[in-house]
Design a protein around this ligand. Sequence first.
Ligand SMILES: Nc1ncnc2c1ncn2[C@@H]1O[C@H](COP(=O)(O)OP(=O)(O)OP(=O)(O)O)[C@@H](O)[C@H]1O
Length: 362
Amino acid sequence: MTTPYLHINGIRKIYGPVIATDHVELTIAKGEFMTFLGPSGSGKSTTLYILAGFQDPTAGDIKLEGRSILSTPSHRRNIGMVFQRYTLFPHLSVGENVAFPLRVRRMGQSEIAAKVKRALALVRLDGFEDRMPAKMSGGQQQRVALARALVYDPPVLLMDEPLSALDKKLREEIQFEIRRIHQETGVTILYVTHDQEEALRLSDRIAIFNAGKIEQVGTGPELYANPATRFVADFIGDSTFLKGELVGVSGNRAGLRFGDGTLVAAVPLHGTGTAGQAADLMLRPERIDLSAEAGAEGASLPVTVEDLTFLGNNTTIAARTGWGGALTVRVGFGHPLSGRVSKGDKLHVRWTPDAAHAFARG
Ligand SMILES: Nc1ncnc2c1ncn2[C@@H]1O[C@H](COP(=O)(O)OP(=O)(O)OP(=O)(O)O)[C@@H](O)[C@H]1O
């Protein structure tokens, strides 16, 4: 087996009674864009800070190209870092801010000038050398922070929610720039966010964090199509969960029975489960269809329409099953029922066999 470029090897971090991370295990390829996605307090930043050398792990190791970096002090790890809040030195010009890591490394004046110019060009701030940070927008300041983190060509760049202080439009603009910079430089990026859209837009792979552990690692499409747990299914994409119980578990397929006796036939079962166990049927609003006629038996449910929201390219419909389960369906603008559905209508949601998923409750 080839040595992974970066290996987060069983990292555990305990703060008093709090287990911040619990055996976090992950390998990252050279040049990969890896995102840590998860709710607040799930251990994303702790893992990043251990990589950066700001924190020591309670157990585990971090290896870069096969060698442990834990005993290397933070400033010698050669790892760039960009934080949520602009961390520019307010009394230094943009040029001086970007030059700072090079001065610390005692580089010559002309080399510094050339590298600062190149880094500012990379973030599209050519000619801003003499500007003071206070005279720049939030987005521009964050670009300067990015230029400062990249100016000494670190092989690894860590980014902790770098865009969360910016408004939506600016965030999207800089996401685009970050992607471009990643492609142009080939730097390996580890990026922390709790915004699934941002993670999907930027990443080669995403590690989903939950309560100090990684639940699943995969590309966006892999996580969307094949979530290993209910938590991942809930975190990537939109989903509706209908609570029932497992019947007829066979291999990695199971049926579900609901409150009024309704049965849904064999759907992919994620994780383990036994007959009689409480379980959720997951349906994605854009992967189920709404129709006047029932679909194939076991892959269709009668529903009553409760609410409609027209959103331009689709109409989002809230509906209720016979036993009172709530679900959401998204009907595209060109759909035969688009514009023809009213509150109180009795219709059917239908799906193709692999569009539904079952998750047993723990
Ligand atoms: N210095 C600390 N002392 C004590 N507890 C801490 C410390 N840093 C983090 N924690 C705790 O460790 C857990 C994980 O925190 P962490 O900041 O890694 O989560 P996160 O996923 O990055 O969340 P957020 O998105 O809010 O930053 C939380 O319960 C947090 O309260």
